[in-house]
Design a protein around this ligand. Sequence first.
Ligand SMILES: [Ca+2]
Length: 511
Amino acid sequence: MMRRVTPALLVLLVSVGAAIAERGSAADRPNVLMIAVDDLRPDLGCFGSPVAKTPNIDRLAARGVAFTRAYCQQAVCSPSRTSLMTGRRPDATQVWDLNTHFRVALPDCVTLPEYFKHHGYHAAALGKIYHRKFEDGRSWSEPHWYPSGLTVDTDPADWRERKVSRFGPGVSDYDGSVMQPEAGKGPATMVSDKDDDELPDGYTAAEAERRIAAFAGDATPFFLAVGFSKPHLPFVAPKAYWDLHDPDAIPKPRIDHLPAGAPEFAGHVNGEIHQYAGIPPGNPLPPEIARTLRHGYHACISYIDAQVGRLLDALDRHGLAENTVIVLWGDHGWQLGDHGLWHKHTNFELATRSPLIVAAPGIAGAGRTSAATVEFVDVYPTLVDLCGLPPAPDVEGVSLRPLLADPGGTVKPVAISQYPRGKSKGADVPLMGYSLRDDRWRLTVWREDGTARVVATELYDEANDPDETVNVATRPESAAVIDRLSRHLPPPGPAAAPLMQRSRKAEATAR
Ligand SMILES: [Ca+2]
């Protein structure tokens, strides 16, 4: 790898002062370890969970700042990950579904790792970073590695999903899913008799340990992205992690139905979880199954926590801890039966809120939490800022660096999430719901897709009704709040429904 100072970088070094100039060339910049955790809501000790067993993520939080009000831009894998990795919102990426690559709308977009690559970093990806089938070879310095042994280079057509896994019969090579050949998805939970490394996320951690050891001897800074596929369904974890948890100690949802006054299309029918064997049709799920699901979700978080610990240990072992920026995020939250809903796919607080932890050498706020309202589009400019690279163009987020020094500060008035809904009960046209969260309120405005016409409005007082039990939008005293927050609503985006329909057709044709 070259260690060169480009003209643009020289300008930057002169212009932004001695602190950054002292870092000099790429070889002197900090490394980046980015840890992505699939479907992780903040059920972590460092986020205040009384039952979580997450000593390693807590250890990471002690080195950095844990953002307790961090929101994804759309509560489902590919739209959220695409937004974070491009620093652009779903209306810009035009990725609102699981069928579209961002290079369709943004062919020349420079992604977060690609930007680091252009500035002298070696960028590598292990495990799930982008949603599967939407790999982006341009992002990385080498092919994207998966625990299956599969690697994916620039051409998405190279992607092949193998049903027979290196992890043995019954476990998908991709994400640890339990596959039943010819019969669709297997059970939603499994107490596995395998050890950590015999399941994909443990194997990914082992590969990350090998990579970190190799990087330690190289002067080129690295951007290593490590994606863990749990606690995404199915909840498969080694038995030891199930044994850490008493399922009866895990709190049950405090509301098991939609908020009073919410439109029915604010929720869904739990379609994802009903794909798994053993989940009976209809809602609500039987209490015993719900209890096992809660148990499995927490077991999977503890399993991932152990893998995060291995990464932190590897950095320590190789003397890299003091020169590596670490960021950990979940791609969106999860409703564990709350509102009668399982999984994500909504604009509610529990689906849009996910952990974000940023640790960097020498930050004044280390070990504190920040309740500032922040968004996942902020990850890109934050990492760029922390590593002393010139600001990236066309990125919609802001750097959170000021909050690492002063976690009590603020950087933006609201976080914006969104979710599309097709024609559904109570809506005779496709909708896009925009949800605005400030430090007290959540306002969700459902518009006719691609227009400014408002079909429904929800308002939740998160300070006095954190479980979102009642929509107060129609109360007279809410009018001023709605008016104030509505000023932050984005202009009507492109009509999503026709583009999503087109991508579904393309997907079907490709099959
Ligand atoms: Ca996800």
